[in-house]
Design a protein around this ligand. Structure first.
Ligand code: NIG
Ligand code: FE
Length: 410
C-alpha cells in the first residue's frame, strides 16, 4: 500500500455513482484540506480522510510506502477524451502556409491537411507509427494525463485504417494509462474515392474496425461528411456495438450535434460554431458537449460558448484534440488555462471539465476521473504551495511533482 500524507488540498472528491457534472454542479468541487489518501496494492483508491484521523501513527514503523505531500495539492489526473495521436511525422510545411495566410479549409482544399497525413501514414511502417505515437503518450502522461482516447482517421482505406487501429490496440496493451479507441474512418474522403463510395467503404469496414474500436466517429462538417452520411455510418456502428463520438460544428453549423444526439452519442466535439438550437438539442441527453480550445487557439477560430452551455444546465468537457493539423499539443494543463482565459470558465469548472466530464466523454467515468474509493488511483501531486487557481493562471510554471497512473508513481 501507498499512503500519501500532508496533502494541502485533496481536490475532486466525488461520491460513488456520480457520472458527470452539469450546470451548477460544474462549480462544485469536493475538497478536503489537510488530508491523507491510501492507494491499495491493486492500484485503486482505498480510502482518504483528514490528517486528524490519519491511520499512520507518527514515528511508528509501517509497511506502507509513505509519501509526504508537504502541503501540495492532490487531484485526479487528466482525462483527455479526444486525440489523434497516431500520426506520422508532422505538418510543419502547412504551419508555414498557415502563417502566410491560408486557412485550415484552404489547406485541405489543396489536398493537404488530413490527406497529407494520410499519405505520410501510408508510407510509414506500423512499428515506426507505434514508436511515434508511444512517445506522444509518454509526453502526455508526464504532463498528467492518465486516460486518453485515440482515434484512427489518417488511414482512409481499409488497410491503413486497420493499421492505425492495431497501433492503438498495441498502445492500450503496453501503457499504464487507460486507453479508449475510436474508429474515425470518416475523417476525410480517402484518395481515389467519391464521397458516396467512401461512405460505403467506411460502412463496409465497420465489422473489422469493431474488433479493435470502442467507439465510432465522423467528421460531420462542411466540406467533409453530411448529417445524412453520418446517420448511415452511425447506424452501422450501432449494429456492431460502437457508440458514437462526433466531430461537429467546427467549420460550420453542420447539423452534427443533432445527428449525434439522435444516436445517443457519448460526446459531440468541437462546437466552435453552435447556435441555441444545438444547446436545446443537447438538453436532457446523455451526450457530453466536448470543447477543444487548443484548436480554436491554433486555427484562430472562435472558442466554443462553454459558459452558455453551462448556464443552460449542460455539462462541458475539455480535451486536447492532439493532432498535427489543428492542435499539435496534448497538454491538458494548457487546455485548462485556455478554458479559463479564453472561455471564462472558473478553475473549478475547468478542472471538472478535464477530469470527471472528460472521463464520461470517453466512457471511463466508472474507472477514473475523480477521487472516489474504488476508482483507479490516477492522480497528480503538485509541488508544495500550489493552489488550484495558480495552475491555469501561471500556466507555464511547472507544478507537477508526481503523476500516479493506476496507483503507480511514474
Ligand atoms: O479535430 N477536425 C477534424 N479533425 C481534426 C484535425 C485533423 C487534422 O487536421 O489532422 C480536429 O481538429
Ligand atoms: Fe479531432
Amino acid at each position: 500500500m501507498t499512503t500519501i500524507i500532508n496533502i494541502g488540498e485533496l481536490l475532486g472528491i466525488v461520491p460513488e455513482g456520480v457520472e458527470r457534472k452539469q450546470g451548477a454542479e460544474m462549480s462544485e468541487l469536493g475538497v478536503l484540506t489537510d488530508a491523507w489518501l491510501r492507494i491499495a496494492d491493486n492500484g485503486t483508491i482505498l480510502s482518504f480522510g483528514p490528517m486528524s484521523e490519519c491511520p499512520l501513527d507518527p514515528g511508528v514503523p509501517t509497511a506502507d510506502t509513505v509519501i509526504d505531500a508537504e502541503g501540495g495539492l492532490l487531484m485526479p489526473a487528466f482525462c483527455d477524451s479526444h486525440t489523434h495521436i497516431v500520426y506520422a511525422g508532422s505538418r510543419e510545411g502547412e504551419f508555414l502556409d498557415k502563417i502566410n495566410g491560408l486557412s485550415y479549409e484552404q489547406i485541405a482544399a489543396r489536398g493537404g491537411g488530413i490527406l497529407n497525413s494520410s499519405d505520410l501514414l501510408h508510407r510509414t511502417s506500423e512499428d515506426e507509427l507505434y514508436a511515434q505515437a508511444l512517445s506522444r503518450v509518454n509526453e502526455m502522461m508526464a504532463k498528467g494525463s492518465a486516460a486518453i482516447e485515440i482515434k484512427s482517421g489518417y488511414g482512409l482505406n481499409p488497410e491503413d485504417e486497420l493499421k492505425m487501429l492495431r497501433v492503438i490496440h498495441r498502445i492500450k496493451q503496453n501503457v499504464p494509462a487507460l486507453i479508449r479507441s475510436t474508429f474515425l474512418g470518416a475523417h476525410a474522403v480517402g484518395r481515389g474515392y467519391t464521397r458516396q463510395s467512401y461512405v460505403q467503404e467506411v460502412i463496409d469496414m465497420m465489422p473489422q474496425a469493431a474488433e479493435y474500436a470502442d467507439f465510432v466517429d465522423v467528421f460531420c462538417d462542411e466540406g467533409f461528411f453530411s448529417p445524412a452520411d453520418t446517420d448511415r455510418i452511425l447506424e452501422q456502428g450501432a449494429r456492431y456495438g460502437l457508440r458514437p463520438k462526433i466531430h461537429a460544428n467546427e467549420l460550420a453549423v453542420s447539423g452534427g450535434v443533432q445527428v449525434g444526439v439522435k444516436h445517443s452519442a457519448l460526446s459531440v466535439d468541437h462546437l466552435e460554431r453552435t447556435g441555441d438550437e444545438e444547446i436545446e438539442a443537447l438538453k436532457g441527453s446523455a451526450t457530453m458537449p466536448t470543447m477543444l480550445p487548443g484548436s480554436s487557439f491554433f486555427l484562430g477560430i472562435p472558442f466554443a460558448r462553454a459558459k452558455e452551455f453551462i448556464s443552460a444546465g449542460l455539462g462541458v468537457a475539455l480535451a486536447s484534440d492532439y493532432n498535427p493539423g489543428s492542435s499539435p499539443m496534448g497538454d491538458m494543463r494548457f487546455v485548462m488555462a485556455l478554458g479559463c482565459i479564453k472561455m471564462r470558465l472558473t478553475p473549478t469548472q475547468a478542472l471538472n471539465a478535464v477530469t470527471l466530464n472528460g472521463a464520461y466523454a470517453m466512457g471511463a467515468n466508472k474507472e477514473t476521473g475523480s477521487i472516489t474509493v474504488g476508482k483507479r488511483a490516477d492522480l497528480i501531486l503538485s509541488e508544495p504551495g500550489w493552489t488550484l487557481t495558480r495552475i491555469p493562471y501561471t500556466f507555464q510554471t511547472p507544478f507537477i511533482r508526481s503523476v500516479f497512473i493506476d496507483g503507480v508513481r511514474q
